[in-house]
Design a protein around this ligand. Structure first.
Ligand SMILES: NC(=O)c1ccc[n+]([C@@H]2O[C@H](COP(=O)([O-])OP(=O)(O)OC[C@H]3O[C@@H](n4cnc5c(N)ncnc54)[C@H](O)[C@@H]3O)[C@@H](O)[C@H]2O)c1
Length: 125
């Protein structure tokens, strides 16, 4: 199977855990230069440390996807370090699965999560 990831520069938001961390680790293991981003700096550093420990290449950049200025700075840092951006994985988001519980107050969190996703998508256009 052809490796379409090798040599590519990939930004992954929400890379401090969950799917984002897995995508960062997998693409780095396939030879991509990973720009891992999140608001959770401690776990973001852990993601990049795990990639470096396996011989991969990763740059950690703290950025909130709802901030246009921070997303611009993220892109600039990616280009400054690796010279290009080939792939943007807009993974960061909030999806409280407890929405499906009986606690109605969770609805507010879901609304915030949806708003966060919409705002970040809009800002990245
Ligand atoms: N887990 C699921 O079942 C599921 C289902 C459908 C969609 N999703 C979506 O997939 C994505 C990843 O899911 P996950 O389960 O890995 O989530 P997760 O909560 O494990 O990880 C999400 C990451 O996004 C980061 N993040 C949140 N808000 C941010 C912001 N404003 N700026 C930057 N980073 C931010 C968090 O710090 C966290 O590290 C999310 O967007 C989620 O809504 C998840």
């Amino acid at each position: 199977m052809e490796n379409y990831v090798e040599g590519k520069v990939i930004i992954i938001t929400g890379a401090a855990g969950g799917f984002g961390r897995l995508v960062a680790q997998k693409t780095a293991s396939l030879g991509a230069s990973v720009v891992a981003s999140d608001v959770n700096e401690a776990e973001l550093e852990a993601t990049c440390a795990s990639i470096s420990a396996e011989g991969g290449t990763a740059l950690a950049v703290r950025a909130d996807v709802t901030s246009r200025a921070e997303m611009k700075a993220l892109a600039e840092q990616a280009v400054a370090r690796f010279g290009a951006i080939d792939v943007m994985v807009n993974n960061a988001g909030i999806m409280p699965l407890a929405f499906f519980s009986l606690y109605s107050y969770r609805i507010c969190q879901v609304q915030f999560g949806l708003l966060s996703s919409l705002v970040s998508s809009f800002l990245q256009k």
